[in-house]
Design a protein around this ligand. Structure first.
Ligand code: PGA
Length: 258
């Protein structure tokens, strides 16, 4: 965290919570993070709960994110949700999560189209990138992540509507987080690559998050790295206490950032 940047802590609830449970969780997050300053708090519920959660957090400053989006505005795409449908309902949209890439076969080109579609609606894309264990062990992680980032941002130019989440696939949902050094170094490489893709100096819109087994216990050293501006949290975001702890730790690090 560097002084002058506002950290983002985003909870990705994935395919968990019924609408009733989602509202309860949202209310608990409101209560437990009330009064924490200087951190952008985001919750990403399943689509069916977006509206109800939005109402539950009204007035709290908590923002809403979608977990996915379709790149086309409308049409014969049964079961899909488009960016215009999310307009006014969410401020963020996760695009290119590794589960979407791996389980649902999304390509870098699909991800780039999604990022453009949401940014066109002034929804900030949280673009996920990250290498597999095999690539990490082969020593090609940085090269692979840079290439994935570049391909996932093909034709993108709405730099104020972008955050990038570095999520090594081997660290997601495994309880085996990257080390703060690994994550911090990769965030530095991502920042450099973004600068070269955008062709300009980084602005505040270039928030880079770390994701992969982040908890209230381990979040501090990640956010303390100069190039990491927050976290994308899966499992721990389903527990209001744990999520609140991550927000609190981040706020205190941001307050003393140099
Ligand atoms: P995790 O998930 O925190 O459960 O590892 C992170 C993510 O998938 O965004």
């Amino acid at each position: 965290m560097k002084k002058g940047r506002t950290p983002i802590i985003a909870g990705n609830w994935k395919m968990n919570t019924t609408p009733t449970v989602a509202v309860e969780l949202a209310k608990a997050v409101v209560e437990k993070t009330a009064g924490v300053k200087g951190v952008i708090r985001v919750v990403c519920p399943p689509f069916v709960s977006v509206h109800a959660v939005r109402q539950a957090v009204a007035g709290s400053g908590i923002l809403i994110g979608a977990q996915n989006v379709h790149s086309k505005d409308s049409g014969a795409f049964t079961g899909e949700v488009s960016a215009p449908m999310l307009d006014g309902l969410v401020e963020f949209a996760i695009v290119g999560h590794s589960e979407r890439r791996k389980i649902f076969g999304e390509t870098d080109a699909d991800v780039a189209a999604k990022a453009k579609a949401v940014a066109a609606r002034r929804i900030r894309a949280v673009l996920c990138v990250g290498e597999s264990l095999e690539i990490r062990e082969s020593g090609r992680a940085e090269q692979a992540v840079r290439a994935q980032l570049k391909a996932s941002l093909e034709g993108f130019d709405a730099w104020g509507y972008l955050a990038v989440a570095y999520e090594p696939v081997w660290a997601i949902g495994t309880g085996k987080a990257a080390t703060p050094e690994q994550a911090g170094d990769m965030a530095g490489a991502i920042r450099q690559e973004l600068k070269s893709i955008a062709g300009r100096e980084p602005v505040d819109g270039f928030a880079i998050l770390y994701g992969g087994s982040v908890t209230g216990e381990n979040a501090g050293p990640f956010v303390d790295r100069p190039d990491i501006d927050g976290a994308l949290v899966g499992g721990a975001s389903l527990k209001a206490d744990d999520f609140a702890k991550i927000v609190q730790v981040t706020a205190s690090i941001a307050a003393s950032a140099k």
